[in-house]
Design a protein around this ligand. Structure first.
Ligand code: AMP
Length: 491
């Protein structure tokens, strides 16, 4: 494989990944449990995946580019025998999609072996990496997860246990991490103090399981126990399970976009049903942007739940108006704009008989660059829709995300440079309504104890270092919200 680090801007990479890990009591095969868990997390990343197992302290792993079902087969899973495992599905932006960056990362260092699977984006990875490089560290990848491995490995040199190394190591990390660390004899789960990314815990008999989403617990037959708390570190070993809570608590800042788009509809995150949140967004849209129409349809998948809510509230019948080919990845997976445009066409097709001659309300979860809304409106008009009323179950995207959601540069966000009326005209829709930013609380049933909506509001809950900001600028963005996003040096 031809590979050049020169093409990969370390600062420009963004992870939207899924993690899954298990400490088995001997009744569950860890590699197969991971396989099933990863299949259920496939929507969180479709570029590469991997499983690392520990067999009586000896680590073995397999990872590759591609979908879980492509990368693993029975004989590979059979070869991954052991008592514990961590695993990962990865999404990255263009350039970073190489095998070297696939996870879990398995590192050999003076105290043995560590395997790490990470979801989220650190906001001080560039600084830590530079500092380590200046002291002679050599990095194999361009992902911030390798920085985490180094930090833990370094702490381990003067800690009496791997969990203490994790406890001390994560104090140096800033930003978003939902982390699974496997040492030869222990499985450790850690969630950053803001709780940006989800992480939950389940049980099969006496085997303990951790996953980005509860739907992955269901997939491997595990019973949901609870979410890992923001800042919490959970350790599982032969002595059982113990938890270390942070000394200092931060305001919880779970990414609200997990509910809007990212998570699976059958997942519960921090006690709130993703499906219910999406339906509620639809009800709010029906109240805020009513219209006389014949049918309500949703853009699969996340738009469907909101469309059901819109229908419930408005009394307009819900219909399946667009069919999705489930065998191709999420639109964004295609790195270039032209590839993305084609992907929309290949992925979605209208049911003409349902659409023809109708006044249609259509709901999608978000507008980023404006590619999808434009395609959908054209597709519905082409299918004979009399009117197309577009409703979006999130507020307008206005700001970049530093905590792990891939949002393009500000210059590419259509809502930054256009009014809602202009976006409506550009898309060819008859009317357009976005979820009002102040209704996110209501969308979450007033039950979320804290969430991050920085991509909509520009209110960043955690400082971002100057180098990370610079990295975004170098990544081609017209970044002008420095006053909104507290830079570390300016604090
Ligand atoms: P766009 O076509 O650029 O306006 O993007 C909007 C579409 O992309 C919507 O249909 C979303 O379902 C999807 N989408 C929004 N945000 C993301 C993201 N961070 N990663 C992948 N897909 C996304």
């Amino acid at each position: 494989m031809n590979f050049s680090f020169d093409n990969i801007p370390m600062e420009g990479l963004h992870e939207e990944c899924g993690v899954f890990g298990i400490y088995s009591d001997g009744t569950v095969n860890p590699a197969y449990a991971c396989y099933n868990g990863l299949l259920a997390l496939q929507h969180r990343g479709q570029e590469s995946c991997g499983i690392a197992v520990s067999d009586e302290g000896v680590m073995n792993y397999h990872k590759d580019m591609g979908l879980v079902s492509e990368v693993f087969n029975n004989s590979i899973l059979e070869s991954l025998s052991g008592q514990m495992a961590v695993s990962h599905v990865r999404y990255s932006t263009a350039g970073g999609s190489v095998l070297e960056n696939a996870q879990p990362l398995v590192m050999r260092y003076v105290k043995g072996t560590l395997a790490v699977a990470h979801n989220g984006n650190l906001t001080n990875a560039v600084e830590i990496r530079k500092e380590l490089e200046q002291r002679g560290a050599i990095f194999q990848t361009t992902i911030d997860s390798e920085v985490i491995c180094y930090v833990i490995a370094r702490e381990r040199l003067h800690s009496d246990s791997v969990e203490n190394a994790v406890v001390e190591g994560v104090k140096k990390l800033e930003g978003a991490y939902s982390l699974l660390v496997m040492s030869p004899r222990k499985l450790i789960a850690a969630r950053d103090p803001h709780g940006f990314r989800p992480l939950c815990m389940g049980k099969i008999n006496n085997s303990y399981v951790f996953a980005s989403e509860s739907s992955a617990l269901d997939a491997c037959g595990a019973e949901f126990i609870r979410d890992v708390e923001p800042g919490e570190i959970v350790i599982v070993d032969k002595d059982g399970v113990r938890s270390i809570m942070p000394e200092k608590k931060c305001n919880k800042s779970l990414c609200v976009f997990e509910y809007i788009y990212f998570a699976r509809t059958d997942s519960m995150i921090d006690g709130i049903s993703v499906y219910e949140a999406r339906k509620q967004a639809g009800r709010i849209l029906a109240r805020e942007f009513p219209v006389d129409a014949d049918i309500v349809i949703g853009v699969p998948e996340s738009g469907i739940d909101a469309a059901i809510g819109y229908s419930e509230e408005s009394g307009i019948p819900y219909e399946k108006g667009i069919v999705k080919n489930s065998y191709i990845g999420r639109t964004f997976i295609k790195p270039s704009q032209s590839e993305r445009m084609n992907a929309v066409k290949i992925k979605l097709n209208p049911i003409i008989d349902m659409i023809k001659g109708k006044r249609v309300v259509v709901i999608d979860d978000s507008i980023v660059r404006g590619t999808t809304i434009d395609r959908i409106t054209n597709m519905l008009r082409g299918a004979g829709a009399k009117e197309v009323h577009m409703r979006i179950s999130s507020p307008p995207f206005m700001w970049p995300c530093y905590y792990g959601t891939d949002i393009p540069s500000r210059g590419e966000l259509i809502a930054v440079n256009h009014t809602i009326d202009e976006i409506c005209k550009l898309s060819g829709a008859d009317t357009l309504g976005y979820l009002p930013p102040d209704s996110l609380d209501e969308m979450l049933g007033g039950r979320c104890s804290g969430y991050c909506d920085a991509c909509f509001s520009g209110n960043y809950p955690a400082a971002v270092t100057r180098l990370t900001l610079k990295g975004k600028e170098r990544g081609g963005m017209n970044f002008d919200n420095k006053e909104k996003c507290a830079s570390k040096e300016e604090e």
